[in-house]
Ligand binder design. Structure first.
Ligand SMILES: [Zn+2]
Length: 480
C-alpha cells in the first residue's frame, strides 16, 4: 500500500481496446490508421473525465509506433514509451484553459514549421480548446487551413459549441459519450482486484455512481475509499466516510409517501437533517429513488437500474405499492421544484414542504376522483331531465356507465370514461337532430366539448378542475 499510485493515472488505457464506452470513436480511429485515411485535425468533444486526452495520446502513439499491430500501438517501442511517459519530442500537449492567447498559438505556429524530430508525425493535443481567444482561434485557423503533411492537431473540449464554426468545419469530429455505470463498476472491480483490495458490491456501485459518467472521477473516489477504508472497503464504512445517506432511508421515505404520513416523514427527515446530511444530496436521492421505482414499475426490468442486485430486488417489491401514474406525479413534483430548490436560501424548509406535498399528492387525487364522480352524476341528471324519453329509447343502462359504479382509480381513467360518456351522449343528440356527424366518431375537435380525448395527463389540481369545468359546463349544455 505504501507505493499506492493514483488509480486514474496508473490504470490509464494505453490502447484503443482498453478505452471504455467510446467504441465508435476508437474503432473509427483504428480503421483510419489501418487504411491510411487519417485526417490532419480532430475534434474530440464530451464531458470531463471520459477519455478525450487519453484517446488523443493513444492515437498519437499509434501514428508514430514503429511496430503497429492492427491499428493499435505496441506500447513497447521507444516512441510508444516516450509518449506514455510524456517525453516524446514530437508530441505537444497544451491546456488552452491556461494558454489561451495569441502568443501561445504563435508558439504552436513556430513549432509547426519544423519537421518532426523522431517520428513520422508531429502532434499538438490542445485540451479545452474552446477557451482560446478569438485572435488565437484566427491564428489556429491559419495552420488548420494549410497544415504541413506531418502535422496533426487533436483538439479536445467540453464545450464544442463555443468553438468557431470555421475551426469545427476543418476537423473530423468525434463526440464522446459519458461512460456507462456498469463499465465504471467493472473497471473499479478490476482495479480493486489488481490492487488486492476487497470491496463489496454496494461500494462498487456507490463509487461508480459518484463518478457521474466520468471514469476519472470515480477512480478518484475509489482512491479516497482506499485511503479511508484500507484494503477492505465496506459499504457501511464508505457511506459514513462520504457522509452519504444510506439508500435504505429512501425506502422509508417512499413508505411514508404512499401512506400519506406527513407527520412521520417530517419527523424522520428532521432526524436525518440533524446528522448533517447535505440537502441537495437528499433532494437528488429522493428524485432518483422515485425515478428508479418508476423505471421498475413501467418496465418490470430491475436490470435497468444502476444498483446492486440486492437493491434491485428491493425496488421490484417497493414498486408494487405504487401505480405508474402515482410515480409520475411524484416525480413531476420533484422536477417542478428542482430549480427553485437549487437556488433556495432555505433548502430545509422547502424540502419539508416538498415532502409534505408528496404525501398529499395521492390523497388529493383520490379526492378529485370523487369530485369527478359527483360531477358526472350531476351532468347525467341534467341530461336526463333535458332529453327525457328520447334518451331512454336510444340508450340502455348497459351502454352508459353509471357514475359511482366506476372502478377506475385515477382521474385520467375517470376523465377518459367520462369523455366516452359525453361522446356517446353527443352521438345520441346528433341522431336526435337527424344528422350523423363524422366528427363524432373521433371525438376530436368538437367545438362543443373541446379536446375530450386528449391524452395529456392533467397535472395540477387546478388544471384538472379547469378541465372538468370545461367538460361539465351543464348550464351551457342546456342552452343548446
Ligand atoms: Zn510502439
Amino acid at each position: 500500500m505504501s507505493n499506492y499510485k493514483v488509480s486514474a493515472r496508473k490504470y490509464r488505457p494505453q490502447s484503443f481496446s482498453e478505452v471504455t464506452s467510446q467504441e465508435f470513436v476508437t474503432q473509427t480511429m483504428k480503421n483510419a490508421i489501418i487504411s491510411g485515411k487519417t485526417a490532419h485535425s480532430y475534434l474530440l468533444s464530451g464531458p470531463r473525465g471520459v477519455g478525450k486526452t487519453t484517446i488523443a495520446r493513444i492515437y498519437a502513439k499509434a501514428m508514430n509506433c514503429t511496430n503497429l499491430k492492427n491499428g493499435e500501438p505496441c506500447n513497447k517501442c521507444n516512441s510508444c514509451e516516450e509518449i506514455t511517459n510524456g517525453v516524446h519530442p514530437d508530441v505537444f500537449e497544451l491546456d488552452a484553459a491556461s494558454n489561451r492567447g495569441i502568443d501561445d498559438v504563435r508558439a504552436i505556429q513556430d513549432a509547426a514549421k519544423f519537421f518532426p524530430i523522431k517520428g513520422k508525425y508531429k502532434f499538438f493535443i490542445v485540451d479545452e480548446v474552446h477557451m482560446l481567444t478569438q485572435q488565437a482561434f484566427n491564428a489556429l485557423l491559419k495552420i488548420l487551413e494549410e497544415p504541413p503533411p506531418y502535422l496533426i492537431f487533436i483538439l479536445a473540449t467540453t464545450n464544442p459549441e463555443k468553438i468557431p464554426a470555421t475551426i469545427v468545419s476543418r476537423c473530423q469530429r468525434f463526440p464522446l459519450q459519458r461512460i456507462r455505470i456498469n463499465e465504471i463498476s467493472d473497471k473499479v472491480r478490476e482495479i480493486a482486484k489488481e490492487e488486492k483490495i476487497k470491496i463489496d458490491d454496494e461500494s462498487v456501485f456507490l463509487i461508480a455512481k459518484l463518478g457521474d459518467g466520468a471514469l476519472r472521477d470515480a477512480l478518484g473516489v475509489f482512491d479516497m475509499a482506499v485511503s479511508f477504508c484500507g484494503e477492505n472497503i465496506k459499504y457501511n464504512e464508505l457511506k459514513s466516510f462520504l457522509n452519504i445517506p444510506d439508500k435504505e432511508i429512501y425506502f422509508n421515505f417512499s413508505e411514508f409517501i404512499r401512506n400519506g404520513d406527513i407527520k412521520s416523514i417530517l419527523t424522520y427527515f428532521n432526524e436525518l437533517e440533524e446528522k448533517g446530511f447535505d440537502m441537495q444530496t437528499f433532494f437528488n436521492g429522493i428524485t432518483e429513488h422515485l425515478r428508479d421505482l418508476l423505471i421498475v414499475k413501467s418496465t418490470s426490468n430491475p436490470e435497468l437500474l444502476d444498483e446492486s442486485d440486492s437493491f434491485r430486488e428491493k425496488y421490484s417489491s417497493e414498486a408494487e405499492n405504487f401505480t405508474t401514474d402515482q410515480l409520475q406525479r411524484l416525480l413531476k413534483v420533484m422536477f417542478e421544484t428542482e430549480n427553485r430548490f437549487r437556488y433556495s436560501s432555505n433548502q430545509k424548509i422547502l424540502l419539508e414542504s416538498i415532502l409534505a406535498e408528496l404525501c398529499t399528492i395521492n390523497r388529493d387525487v383520490h379526492d378529485l376522483s370523487e369530485i369527478i364522480s359527483d360531477l358526472t352524476s350531476l351532468k347525467k341528471k341534467s341530461l336526463t331531465e333535458e332529453s327525457g324519453e328520447e334518451l331512454n329509447t336510444e340508450k340502455t343502462e348497459d351502454e352508459i356507465p353509471v357514475s359511482g359504479s366506476h372502478s377506475s382509480d385515477t382521474p385520467e381513467q375517470e376523465a377518459k370514461s367520462t369523455a366516452a360518456e359525453i361522446k356517446s351522449d353527443k352521438k345520441i343528440r346528433s341522431k336526435k337532430n337527424g344528422k350523423e356527424s363524422l366528427s363524432d366518431k373521433s371525438g376530436y375537435g368538437d367545438p362543443d366539448y373541446g379536446d375530450l380525448k386528449s391524452d395529456k395527463k392533467p397535472s395540477k389540481e387546478t388544471e384538472i378542475i379547469e378541465k372538468l369545468k370545461e367538460l361539465f359546463d351543464v348550464e351551457e349544455y342546456k342552452k343548446e
